[in-house]
Design a protein around this ligand. Structure first.
Ligand code: KG4
Ligand code: ZN
Length: 334
């Protein structure tokens, strides 16, 4: 039985993160330096600025993680890093830092898929039960993934246009809310009523795919109509109506996919899994389903390196290591 300690790095978007994870399940340190406030000024993540801040923060965050875990590099068994998908310039900072560390300290290197990381964030809380279904909802991805074993992913549905988080961010922008719009829209939705009947994109009868761009357009059209007619409206009600549409489709497709695939467990992953409305709706839907539902705690929903360390543990135990040709891959396939 392995007892490995992995140092993990994540820089795919706007968080510079380093974590130290033992056995893929035990969190020894989890440091996240967010750039959110910097990008807020521009209404979204500016890739050039993200890369520059990753470079500035990397050494500091790394030192903090080691200090927090009360470890030195000699205690570390492997270096893991997000190799993709994400912003190429941002990914490169993490990949190069990981390669430099692995080379300098003579440690094995493990490249990790960002979405595998989001899924494995759950394993820091509880053991997986296979077969399982994962609903991945982040700023860049909306996917339903069946896993029959560790490290094996079968994508059975995905978005055909916008990701769920992307829809949140775009609708929030149309409402002049600060970036990232997801948390703010979620908060407003709790105070509103879903009085507007926005569309639900069910697609073909058997499809587990998603589509959120029509919903986004419907919300924007509604806002334009208010403006033209000089009508007033409650922003909370728009938020609640938009959120009701997103959640209904996510929950129903997840439920149907779980039943049809006979899974033991459903796990939720990605930034949008922080959404209060989604968490409640999933809990309600799976209450009497005989399927265990696992939703990560809030601090593990959005980007962090702990999840990368947790996913890397599987590769470590399988002996799946990367060599020094490891490179940032913005379009990496799961
Ligand atoms: O997983 P993540 O941190 O980064 C990506 O890999 O994309 O997800 C970020 C996304 C953003 O679109 C953000 O608006 C959304 O997650 N998000 C939320 C909430 N918290 C974060 N969306 C809805 N409700 C929330 N509470
Ligand atoms: Zn993410």
């Amino acid at each position: 039985e392995s007892n490995e300690i992995i140092l993990a790095i994540e820089t795919s978007c706007d968080e510079t993160a380093v974590a130290i994870v033992q056995n893929g399940t035990e969190l020894l340190a989890n440091v996240v330096a967010t750039q959110m406030e910097i990008h807020q000024r521009y209404g979204g993540v500016v890739p050039e600025i993200a890369s520059r801040h990753h470079i500035q923060q990397m050494t500091l965050v790394l030192e903090q993680a080691l200090e927090k875990a009360e470890l030195t590099m000699s205690d570390i068994d492997a270096i893991a890093v997000t190799e993709g998908p994400g912003l190429v310039g941002a990914l490169l900072v993490g990949v190069n830092a990981a390669k430099a560390l692995a080379f300098a300290h003579n440690k094995p290197l493990i490249g990790v898929h960002h979405i595998a990381g989001h899924i494995y964030a759950n394993r820091l809380e509880n053991e997986f039960q296979f077969p399982l279904l994962s609903l991945v909802v982040s700023g860049g991805h909306t996917e339903l993934i069946v896993m029959k074993d560790h490290g094996e992913y079968e994508v059975i549905g995905e978005t055909r246009d916008d990701a769920a988080g992307e829809a949140y961010d775009k609708v929030a922008k149309a409402l002049n809310l600060p970036y990232p719009g997801g948390p703010e829209l979620d908060r407003l939705a709790q105070q509103g009523e879903p009085v507007y009947d926005f569309p639900r994109a069910w697609l073909e009868k058997d499809s587990f795919d998603f589509s959120f761009s029509g919903l986004k357009t419907a919300v924007i059209n509604q806002l334009n109509q208010f403006k033209q007619k000089n009508e007033t409206y409650r922003i909370e009600d728009i938020a609640a109506s938009f959120q009701a549409s997103v959640i209904e489709v996510l929950v129903e497709k997840t439920y149907r996919a779980a039943v049809e695939n006979g899974v033991e467990q459903v796990i939720v992953a990605g930034g949008v899994s922080a959404n209060k409305g989604l968490r409640e709706a999933l809990e309600e839907r799976f209450k009497d389903a005989g399927i265990t539902l696992m939703i990560p705690p809030l601090h593990l929903c959005t980007d962090n390196a702990a999840m990368i360390g947790a996913a890397a543990s599987i590769s470590y135990r399988k002996g799946n290591f990367s060599d020094f040709t490891l490179n940032a891959n913005p379009g990496l396939i799961l």
